[in-house]
Write a protein that binds this ligand. Structure first.
Ligand code: GUN
Length: 281
């Protein structure tokens, strides 16, 4: 069994970004990322802190906008518009989820697609689906980088994605399809989940439910990617029963230290890319 070490690969990517950023600085360009956090969801606060710290580490200038949960949709949109027009800001990240009274779609659409380093804007999703992407969403992008690093061939493979969310499941399906994998997406209404996962060469679980994927559900020698993050007592666990599943598969990601650090590395990577995307702005 080979452990897909996201911690190690993310470190390598971050070192590359650090070098690129220092070269840009010599030319007088400082990559800038605006990070917007609405409300005080503790998990979101933790993620945002990790993201801004990662920016600091590689020399990306991050601008934090923390807003109260009561902020109106229009107020939030006007902050985003200001950031769209600010040439020091190359990327804009609005941490999700947003409070209930704010329409997530409206907010995402208000971000200039050239600054949408999360790859959530319909323009970017549309380009991904059509097969000529501008920005890839960070979590599935990180997973694709792990496949690349470990020379995992995807063409013709049967991939089953568990979880059909906008952040991971849906963009992941497009990325795998674009490299000619056969993709099936499962969700809460899927009948006989086990029947699907048991036949898959690759299982990617992005649900957030501990022990959802057990050893009897995966094929011998298959590849398992665990995107779930849940807290059980004082431990952070994924969707996969790692102890037993790892005995059966050829490759698996750990939680923590698998997909999580890759998401942050790809956010930095997209922010670096945004410097070129916004040129001539
Ligand atoms: N919430 C959970 N994951 C993400 C992510 O990758 N980006 C943003 N903006 N919000 C999230």
């Amino acid at each position: 069994m080979i452990l897909l070490d996201g911690k190690a690969l993310s470190k390598k990517i971050r070192e590359y970004i650090k070098k690129e950023v220092s070269q840009l600085k010599q030319k007088g360009v400082i990559p800038g990322l605006a990070v917007i956090l609405v409300g005080d969801n503790p998990a979101s606060q933790l993620y945002v802190n990790m993201k801004t710290k990662a920016c600091e580490d590689v020399g990306i200038y991050s601008i934090n906008h923390r807003m109260p949960a009561e902020i109106s949709e229009n107020e939030l949109i006007s902050v985003i518009k200001m950031l769209n027009d600010n040439p020091m800001v190359h990327g804009i990240l609005v941490q999700l989820p947003l409070p209930e009274h704010i329409n997530e779609e409206k907010i995402i659409e208000s971000i200039d697609y050239k600054k949408d380093i999360d790859g959530f804007h319909p323009y970017n999703i549309g380009r991904l689906v059509r097969g000529y992407p501008l920005y890839y969403s960070c979590t599935p992008y990180g997973i694709m980088k792990l496949f690349e690093e470990y020379n995992i061939e995807l063409k013709g493979k049967d991939a089953v994605i568990v979880g059909a969310g906008n952040i991971t499941g849906k963009p992941m399906a497009s990325m795998l399809l674009n490299v000619n994998a056969t993709v099936e997406i499962c969700h809460v209404y899927t009948k006989e989940l086990k029947e699907k996962t048991l036949n898959a060469d690759i299982v990617i679980s992005a649900v957030g439910k501990p022990n959802l994927i057990t050893a009897d559900m995966v094929k011998e020698g298959s590849i398992v990617i665990d995107v779930g993050i849940s807290r059980v007592g004082d431990k952070v666990v994924g969707d996969v029963d790692f102890e037993n599943v790892s005995k059966k598969v050829s490759h698996i990601t750990p939680v923590p230290g698998g997909v999580g650090p890759m998401t942050i590395a790809m956010l930095l990577y997209n922010t670096l890319k945004a410097v070129n995307t916004n040129k001539g702005f």
